[in-house]
Design a protein around this ligand. Structure first.
Ligand code: CA
Length: 235
């Protein structure tokens, strides 16, 4: 795993140095800004993995920085460093989009534990999002026939096949239920809707077109099978 870069925005040199030192000994890359303006600049330039943010700062205060970053769509995790007496600051910080806060004076072990927890939380959310994005791209494959549900794309041997909406829906349904036999009435209801006043012949026509398109220019795999007296299925 790549070294995490952590930016501390803090005007007190003692705290800054202490935190930087401990970030380094805990395996992080630490960088620092001593006022609000420089802090924002460094967020943009350095793209840290996490920000430790003081509230009372020259230039721009911690709340302003937090709000500004969130308003521009920057979701870098932020831990606010609040003075122990300022209970309200914690609430305000979270309202402005901070992820966590730590009260000053803080022990360095507590600080490291918070950093670890916030980074882990973000990674978990990120992984969950990745998995979700992958899952939403459903691709059905049979032999050389591929159907991408989200992109509405059908290819045979890598070549694009242009289908009408109903042809696509029909093929998708058969592929999703591979091996199952559907009667013409069932397909009519499923693809054209229960109220569709068409004839079952509509299904035959679409199946014929589908077969032509899937096999005409490409190799004929015979994807859709006719079950005499029953209906159709995908092999
Ligand atoms: Ca300060």
């Amino acid at each position: 795993m790549a070294t995490k870069k952590i930016l501390i925005i803090e005007d007190e040199p003692n705290i800054r140095e202490l935190v930087l030192y401990n970030l380094k000994t805990n395996g992080y890359e630490g960088i620092a800004a001593e006022d609000g303006i420089m802090g924002i600049t460094m967020v943009h330039r350095e793209k840290p993995d996490l920000i430790l943010l003081d509230i009372m700062l020259p230039g721009k205060n911690g709340f302003e920085i937090c709000k500004e970053l969130r308003d521009e769509g920057n979701n870098t995790p932020i831990i606010m460093m609040t003075a122990k007496t300022e209970e309200e600051d914690k609430v305000t910080g979270l309202e402005y989009g901070a992820d966590d806060y730590i009260s000053k004076p803080f022990g360095i072990r507590e600080m490291m534990a918070r950093i670890k927890a916030v980074i882990r939380r973000y990674e978990t959310v990120g992984e969950a999002r990745d998995v979700k994005e992958k899952a939403s791209e459903t691709i059905l494959t049979i032999g050389e026939l591929t159907l991408n549900v989200e992109r509405h794309e059908v290819t045979v041997a890598g070549k694009n096949v242009e289908l009408t909406l109903k042809e696509f829906e029909l093929l998708k349904y058969l592929m999703q239920n591979r091996g199952r036999v559907f009667s013409r009435d069932q397909l009519l209801n499923k693809i054209w809707g229960i109220d569709y006043a068409g004839e079952t012949r509509t299904v035959d026509v679409h199946i014929r077109h589908l077969r032509q398109k899937l096999s005409e220019e490409y190799n004929d795999e015979g994807y859709i099978e006719t079950i005499r007296g029953k209906g159709y299925k995908v092999k």
